[in-house]
Write a protein that binds this ligand. Sequence first.
Ligand SMILES: [Zn+2]
Length: 557
Amino acid sequence: MTTLHFSGGTIWRGAGAPTARSLLVQAGVIVAFDDEADATADAARETEHVESVDLEGGFLMPSFGDGHAHPLFGGLEAEGPAVRDCATVDEIVTAVAEFAAANPEVEWIIGASYDPSLVEEGLFDAHWLDAAVADRPVVLRAYDYHTVWVNSRALELAGIDAQTPEPELGQIMRRADGSPLGTLREWGAVDLVLDAASVRPAEERMRALRRAGEYYLERGVTWVQDAWVEPGDVDSYLDAAERGILPVRFNLALYADPRHFAAQLPVMRESRRRVDALGSPMLTANTVKFFADGVIESETGALLEPYCTGLHDHGERGRGMTVWEGDSLRDAVLAVDAAGFQVHIHAIGDAAVRQALDAVERAIDANGPRDRRPVIAHAQLVDEVDLGRFAGLGVVACMQPLWAQLDPLMTVLTVPRLGRERADRQYRLRTIDASGAVLSFGSDWPVSSGAPLDGLAVAVSRRTSAGDPEGGWTPEEILPVERALAAYSTAVAHQAFADEASTPWGRIEPGASADLVHLARDPRDVPAGELAGIAVLATYLAGTPHLAGSPRYRAAT
Ligand SMILES: [Zn+2]
């Protein structure tokens, strides 16, 4: 039984709670703090080895959680052509050509994720990729993960040509003669090629999960909500959990598809049953994921009032895309809630947020009271009258603080589409937190950085990494640092039902799992501009340390 005695720094126990100066952990569980921890450690030293951990003037807190991310996607990015940092189309084409030459055995070249703003309106041409690879299909995901760019061979194998009708819930971008351009938007179109693609080998997926977990451990994260899991992905997670190679805790959100929802519910129950039967503390599958809409930048986010711009003449003008028509979202949420699942609804535009809140309200009315902790993810634009409903309905607002800044994505793609007035009503972090709702944070990695400190820096400043604008964008929504820390730790634990785990985690109190992060500096004492640069010195999962600079996660060796 390993005993750890932490001292020499600030031990943060949650927003508003008194800090501690020492902490004792035995067999992965927190047993005491302050005087009692010191006395117990002294007594234990008589009979066993007690490891003293010097916090070196730093900051120990409950480890971070990521309330909304796509770790399998993130981990898989490293398996394909590396296009994430490419600054031009030419660089992407070169990276794909190099990958193809180095990997002649790969049948389907699948890469991620390119910057869709490199080309006007995000309209990427298949012919550009044909110049890199013509004989094998190539599929690249844009970093919004709602769009793909493919070559001509992929279009051919997917059977997409000038005669292909527009799919439900998707757009095939076309040339003037009606032939497909090479850019496909949203599931209905994206799935046409992904369904034709060969499945990624199991070993590749195991590597991806391990890589994703290690990415998180290095950044202080020990729990991740995978916000989009298909049945084949459940198998991968189960396999990894069984082999003991999941480096962090994961909860799976099983993807609900309006096109086949009726057939999905029994499969979801079975997935949850299999995960429960395994009984791993690293894996749960308690959640069902719905997309209520798309994203603002593609004008697929669902708005109450029309967009200020229009995308050519491809149909998706006006108010954006509603994924679940009529009462179908309400009915599906009702069914999933009745089956005891937590719901997790992607809702970006104000119309989608309202539809999601209405669906949750209906489920509560129909199925009666219980501790359900429904989640609305993103909540980028919320109508004034809906702001108070999060608290009223017990809905967790899982928001992405990193997005609350005037970066090029915002100024070039978002603000012109929403117009100034609506643009300034985005990401109401402070208002929602102050309303009494649980505000949790997530990164949406690999859509954007999975490092909580990157998000926290924006949450407490609403400035870009260059410091713009002075004083912050919509500064009334700047979050106090303690509230931001809570949103990325204890609030995510609430979202995760961590208090109901066999050993609860997400808080520093006796009986809780020692899931902790050791930061080099106290985030409450540093200027916002330096927050992202604070070193993560160690991440503890059930008392096992992952130390900065160590070659790999120690528990896995
Ligand atoms: Zn997402």
